[in-house]
Design a protein around this ligand. Structure first.
Ligand code: ATP
Length: 238
C-alpha cells in the first residue's frame, strides 16, 4: 500500500435526525484494492456509501479522496472526482434502452466515449446483445450488470458497489463477482458492500465489519474468512 490511501474515512459520524447511523468510523481503501464492507441489516453500510458519494453530509469526521477533503461536495460534482456509485437495488431507468442507460452514465463528459462504451460491452456481452431492449424488461442479473456498466461509463477511479448480489441466483452472483474482479484488475479500486460475506471476502483484499454504526472488526480478507467470530456471525456456522 502506498503512502496516501485513495479513500480515507476519519471519525465519520452520520445521523438521520436523532438516529445515529454511523458513530465515528475509520476506514481506508488503498489504490488498486478491493475492500469489502460487511454487516447485517441496518449496520450502516448503505449510509457509508451514500456519505462517500456526497448524498449525505457527515455530522462530523472527514472523507478524503487522494488526501483531499471531499465531504460537503455534492454527489453530481463528485462524479467528476472519479467516484462511481452503483446503488442498492440497481436503479436503472426502466423505460430507457440498455444503451441509453449506459449513455446516461457518461453525463460528466461532453460526449459519450465510443471506446468506453465498447469496453463496457466487452465486459458485459449480454448488454451488447440487448442494447436496444428496454431496461425494465431485463432480468435482475442483467439489470445489475447494466447498473455497473453505467457507473463505468463515468470512468471512475473508485467504484462503490452496494450489495450487487442482492436477489440474484448463485450462478449469476458468481458471474457478477468475476466481473468485479476483472474491473479491479483493469485498474479500478473497489469498495464492496455485501451481506454475502463469504463471497465478498473471497474476492476482497481486506474487509471491515460494521455493527450498529461502528467498525467491529477489520483485517486482511483471508484472515477474516478464517475467523471463527465471522464464521459464526456471517457465514451461518457455529
Ligand atoms: P441494509 O442492508 O438493510 O441496507 P445497511 O447496513 O445498509 O443495512 P443503513 O441503510 O445504512 O444500513 O442504515 C443504518 C441505520 O440508519 C439503520 O438504523 C436505519 O434504520 C437508519 N436509516 C437508514 N436510512 C434512513 C433514513 N432515510 N431515515 C431514517 N433512518 C434511516
Amino acid at each position: 500500500p502506498g503512502a496516501t490511501p485513495l479513500l480515507e474515512l476519519r471519525g465519520l459520524r452520520v445521523a438521520y435526525g436523532a438516529i445515529e447511523a454511523l458513530k465515528g468510523i475509520d476506514l481506508t481503501v488503498g489504490e488498486g484494492e478491493i475492500v469489502a464492507l460487511l454487516g447485517g441489516n441496518g449496520a450502516g453500510k448503505t449510509t457509508t456509501l451514500r456519505t462517500i458519494s456526497g448524498m449525505l453530509s457527515p455530522r462530523s469526521g472527514e472523507v478524503l479522496l487522494g488526501g483531499d477533503r471531499i465531504d460537503g461536495i455534492k454527489s453530481h460534482d463528485l462524479v467528476r472526482f472519479g467516484i462511481g456509485h452503483v446503488p442498492e437495488g440497481r436503479r436503472v431507468f426502466p423505460r430507457m434502452s440498455v444503451q441509453e442507460n449506459l449513455q446516461m452514465g457518461a453525463y460528466r463528459f461532453k460526449s459519450v466515449d465510443a471506446a468506453q462504451l465498447g469496453r463496457v460491452y466487452e465486459l458485459f456481452p449480454r448488454l451488447a446483445e440487448r442494447r436496444t431492449q428496454l431496461s425494465g424488461t431485463l432480468s435482475g442479473g442483467e439489470q445489475q450488470m447494466l447498473a455497473i456498466g453505467r457507473a463505468l461509463m463515468g470512468k471512475p477511479e473508485l467504484l462503490l458497489l452496494d450489495e450487487p448480489s442482492m436477489g440474484l441466483a448463485p450462478l449469476v452472483v458468481q458471474q457478477i463477482f468475476e466481473i468485479i474482479k476483472e474491473i479491479n484488475a483493469a485498474g479500478t479500486t473497489v469498495l464492496l458492500v455485501e451481506q454475502n460475506a463469504a463471497q465478498a471476502l473471497a474476492l476482497a483484499d481486506r474487509g471491515y465489519v460494521l455493527e450498529t454504526g461502528s467498525i467491529a472488526m477489520s483485517g486482511p480478507a483471508r484472515e477474516m474468512l478464517a475467523d471463527s467470530r465471522i464464521r459464526a456471525a456471517y457465514l451461518g456456522e457455529g
